[in-house]
Design a protein around this ligand. Structure first.
Ligand SMILES: C[S@@+](CC[C@H](N)C(=O)[O-])C[C@H]1O[C@@H](n2cnc3c(N)ncnc32)[C@H](O)[C@@H]1O
Length: 333
């Protein structure tokens, strides 16, 4: 359970002053035992591991952010400014008249700053702090600045970088990641057969692979962020090859065995660096390669992935490195 959910729920104690609603929408939903008694709680969660945890706990989940009106919208936004502001607007447009918007965020994600932003549109705001997080809520009294919400709503629209479609909040939504670019520059043309892109994001590496490797017969994208995967579908729509899109937690294993796998593995859980996440991706990749199958990955130079490749039965070599990144190539023995 995340400390942000614990803090969010304090709004329903005597200190917070909110009463339990008859129904609620939860954007960025995460489960909590205290939510079990809530009537008509609907969750939306674009990140697969958290969506799966929400469902496992027995809560209702919507695949896409539902339209409708609720007396309460709860929200656990992500890290990006544009995503958080656009979620304020998306939540506002789902509030019934007189409804309450309740947000919780870690202090390190800029909770104080975002509370001030929301107050710009709502005026009065109630705030409490605990567990290094802040929960703040405002109730629609008919005086909210709708023009401000409309401005924020535009931030959720699809946008373009270098000819690719992206959306606020997904990985590398305002520039091509330099590590991914380095990997794209080193993709070998001889990769062939069925290939997987793990943590495929909005499809930058997949697009490069499809362009570079004429003997590729099928490409599988695995990505946990549903919004990024939707962008990938748009970005690769014109490609003639067979492509499958999996909204999937790579840590649960892959759905097929591959001739080659490429990846720029994630190494953050929330705000913190999490080397184990990358190591888990390597292990899953190794288990899903044919004998002789190839793995190509980019990582920050300081991340100690080589030992994990050894342990997983892969023979590896470093193809290149620059001041920040290294490209590792490995083969299943
Ligand atoms: C470093 S980014 C690389 C994105 C893309 N391949 C690129 O090069 O632009 C890592 C990606 O892994 C995704 N991711 C994080 N955890 C995941 C998981 N457990 N399963 C699948 N994808 C995950 C993130 O959403 C993100 O898009």
């Amino acid at each position: 359970m995340s400390p942000a959910v614990d803090t969010l729920l304090l709004a329903f104690t005597a200190e917070g002053g909110l009463a339990l609603p008859t129904s609620a929408l939860f954007m960025g939903a995460e489960p909590h035992p205290a939510l079990q008694d809530w009537p008509n709680l609907l969750g939306w969660q674009p990140f697969k591991p958290r969506a799966a945890a929400w469902e496992r706990a027995g809560f209702h989940r919507a695949d896409d952010l539902p339209s409708g009106k609720w007396p309460l919208v709860l929200m656990l936004p992500g890290k990006s400014r544009d995503e958080t502001l656009s979620w304020f607007a998306l939540a506002r447009s789902r509030l019934a008249p007189g409804g309450t918007l309740l947000v919780a965020m870690p202090n390190t994600a800029g909770a104080g700053r975002f509370e001030k932003e929301l107050a710009k549109a709502t005026g009065a705001i109630f705030s409490l702090q605990k567990h290094k997080c802040r929960a703040f809520h405002a109730t629609d009294d008919g005086t909210w600045d709708e023009a401000q919400f409309q401005e924020w709503q535009h931030l959720s629209e699809l946008r373009e970088i270098s000819g690719f479609t992206v959306q606020a909040g997904i990985f590398s939504s305002d520039h091509i990641d330099p590590g991914s670019q380095l990997l794209a520059d080193h993709l070998p043309a001889h990769f062939h057969g069925r290939i997987a892109d793990l943590g495929a994001g909005w499809g930058f590496l997949s697009a490069a692979l499809l362009q570079r490797c004429p003997k590729l017969t099928q490409l599988d994208l695995y990505e946990a962020d549903a919004r990024a995967l939707d962008c990938a579908r748009i970005n690769l729509a014109a490609q003639p090859q067979e492509i499958s899109y999996h909204w999937h937690d790579v840590n649960t294993g892959l759905l097929a065995i591959y001739d080659a796998i490429i990846m720029n593995p994630p190494f953050h859980t929330g705000q913190a660096t999490d080397v184990d996440l990358g190591r888990a991706f390597l292990k899953v990749a190794a288990a899903s390669l044919k004998r002789g199958g190839k793995l190509l990955l980019v990582a920050n130079r300081q991340l100690p992935y080589e030992a994990a490749l050894e342990v997983s039965g892969l023979a590896w070599r470093k193809i290149t490195e620059d001041k920040i990144y290294k490209i590792l190539s490995a083969e299943k023995r």
